[in-house]
Design a protein. Sequence first.
Length: 564
Amino acid sequence: MKRIVAAALMVLSLLGLGWAAYETAAPLGPELSHFIPPGALLYLEAKDFSSLLSDWHKSSEKEKWLKSRNYDVFEKSRLLLRLKDTGEEFSSAAGVPANANLLGQVAGKQAALALYDIGKLQFLYITRLSSTDATQSLLWQSRSKFETRSVGNVSFFYRSDPDSGREVAFAITGDYLLLSTREDLMAGALQLISGAKTNSMEKESWWERPVREAGAPGDLRMVVDLEKIVPSPYFRSYWVQRNIGDMKQYSTAVSDLTRSGGEFREERVLLKKDPAAQNSSAEKGSFAVAELLRLVPADTGYYEARANPNPKDSLDLLTVKILAPHLGPAAVEKLAPRVQLGNGEIGSNSDFETRIDEAPSQNRVSRDNRTALENAFSLHEVLARLQIQGTERDEREFFVRIHSAVAFESETNWDEQEIHSALAEFVRPGFTTGQLGVEWKTASGYSTLNGLWPLSVAVRGKYLIISDNAALLNRVLANLNRKVAEPAVFAAGFDHQAERKSFLTLTGLLDAGRRSAGPGESPEFFSENIASLSFVLEDVISEKIVIRDAADRQRQTVTYRWAR
């Protein structure tokens, strides 16, 4: 639950804020992508940038976020500090402050931003803005500080800062305002606007192919050349999702965000570098995900379904979520270990046998009692797996319990007796002696252990469903006759509205007794940082993602529901 909260809300904070009262505007003329010179790494366009910016400034989310602990942390982040440094260099080169006031002055209707260098943040910005409004901007009023240059019959203004090496160029031609950090980009864009027969970004394969596959643009569109961006050390350092390995398989991607009523929908198309024919197992896995999704109860806090998991991953999920959550593998540590100084010891010969390039082994369930369960999963080809989680608060709403269920769909029918025996063998060590508490008793449609541990299991042909809560298992079984969903390789959902209060209560309890971080101090990550972001986005009801895979591409649909 913690991972999906952090990931979902961080994505929303970057992509969703500011769209609260947005109304779709029709294009006013040629697409601005016609005027972008080749060589860009990323292209971003908005149908109505001025409305987007205005809605963000008027939104309650902006007001609450600027007062939140999450913003306090972001304000001290390395990323923002780097952006501030770049902004100061731009201001020095332009001779005008690069702030919200300037941004508002150059925000027209249609707008496009092409990024050419991540590290140096070299860009070209074009927007449709009436010449009357454009000439009221600080840039135009400070044009006397710039050198005047021309491309054909069109003049533009250029200025550079000798200390930082930054360049700034801008131009107003017709109802277009252009701003760039490179002279050659400005010249190239003006040539394209004037009708010159030179190549534009639209002729490059990284832009042309995904745009053709995606169809009509949304209210906000982003196209990315992943083959150039993913290897960049800046992308690897600042990419929030930390899934560089996954991104390496794609060459380019396009994402369209559209708002309709109380729903934001993001449609993504990622094109693969090495297309491969879909095999029968992959297709079966997609249909299995669709069948498992019908089991998800309507009031589920979080669910995730995945096609074609390997036996080890399936068993690890069952172990971490149900059988032995306190003995599961530790989370990967992203910080270097602290040096523990002793009484002057400098080590011994045996220290040379200690690996420093691997995480230390964790206290896991012993190998012997896993064998029977491992054999069961190895003998059955698991086509898809589903995990479901939700919280329950006591009557006083002080304590929070997390209930989980996992379901597996196999190619062949599960053997109920085999599963019962393997599960009992798994949980017996450290739990009981003899057979006390590990014998099965039959309930209505499922079986439970006869001890104090609430382990419930249901075997329905090719379906194996295990839960630590009988009531949750019953709600899952009640959905076996529901309509099957559309095939997918992955699907997940998070009910922020239902789980928000439990999350705040639980993280508050975990940090109970600790002094709240004061000004300038780092707040607790979940109970203060993420909790404050959850408060900022309290109008977000839920988030869902569905991924469908094909031989040469992957389509992802992300849906955000708002209480508006």
